[in-house]
Design a protein around this ligand. Structure first.
Ligand code: ACM
Length: 264
């Protein structure tokens, strides 16, 4: 399967310019699955809910319809600002001709907490060409539970639209891939918006913790060939199966945790 990412600097509040740029990539790039950054159409650094609201859309909506019409049999995954029942959600959508899969960001970062409602969808997977794809967004990376949940649901590939500003994620995703034996495509953005400077270095990591590709801080499209079936081999040694050997009954023994750490 040909999978990749488009790393770029979305123009703040200029949806038309961002859509045109993405459409050019769709026209000129050969891929099966392509991942774009978080909030690719609007930009990121909104200061309030009221500032973002005029740019958010329902899904399906004009942006998703327009992009789907350019896809053919391919799948495009990107971050969008979604409005629903007067709430804003920071979402990742997987667009295909047949269906839109939506993931609403669970772990909100900094000012996102004032703007977005925390996601309700949780971490689930969907089928594409016989493989299972899972979605998470940016800051979800620091909660190993996000990638773990997707992997336990059978994800072969995790698509990870991002707007990263802290310097840790790219290295952390090597471990997320290794500890779950899955492919992860982190599509980050570049550029500066208000107080945020984004770190680029989009990458694809493999089930053995390989960095299959990592770029710099330039605008770039990269596509590589992977065999997503490799994610299905969960044995680390002949005697050690990553998932069968888990002992969840010992991990979350609620009553032994301090009160403020207990599962609610
Ligand atoms: C982030 O979650 N956009 C850092």
């Amino acid at each position: 399967m040909k999978v990749g990412f488009f790393q770029f600097a979305p123009r703040f509040k200029d949806k038309e310019a961002n859509l045109i740029q993405i459409e050019r990539v769709l026209e000129t790039t050969e891929f099966d699955l392509l991942v774009l950054p978080e909030l690719s159409i609007t930009g990121y650094a909104f200061g309030s809910r009221d500032e973002l609201l005029p740019f958010a859309e329902s899904i399906p909506g004009p942006t998703t319809e327009r992009l789907i019409s350019r896809l053919g049999e391919r799948i495009l995954i990107l971050g969008l600002a979604m409005v629903e029942d007067d709430n804003l959600y920071n979402v990742a959508v997987a667009l295909t001709q047949q269906k839109i899969h939506i993931y609403e960001k669970v772990h909100l970062f900094r000012k996102e907490k004032e703007i977005f409602t925390p996601g309700r969808t949780g971490f689930s997977v969907f089928d594409y060409c016989g493989f299972k794809i899972g979605l998470m967004i940016c800051f979800d990376w620091i909660y190993p539970e996000a990638a773990r949940s997707l992997a336990l649901h059978g994800a072969d590939i995790i698509a990870h639209p991002s707007n990263l500003v802290l310097p840790y994620c790219q290295d952390a995703m090597v471990t997320r891939s290794l500890e779950n034996r899955v492919f992860i495509i982190t599509a980050n953005r570049i550029g500066v918006e208000r107080e945020y400077r984004f770190t680029g270095k989009s990458q694809i990591t493999g089930p053995e913790g390989e960095v299959l590709i990592r770029v710099g801080e330039e605008e770039v499209v990269k596509v590589i060939e992977i065999d997503p079936g490799r994610s299905r081999e969960k044995r680390i040694t002949p005697e050690n199966d990553l998932f069968q050997d888990r002992r969840p009954e010992l991990y979350f023994s609620d009553l032994q945790l301090p009160e403020n750490r207990r599962l609610r």
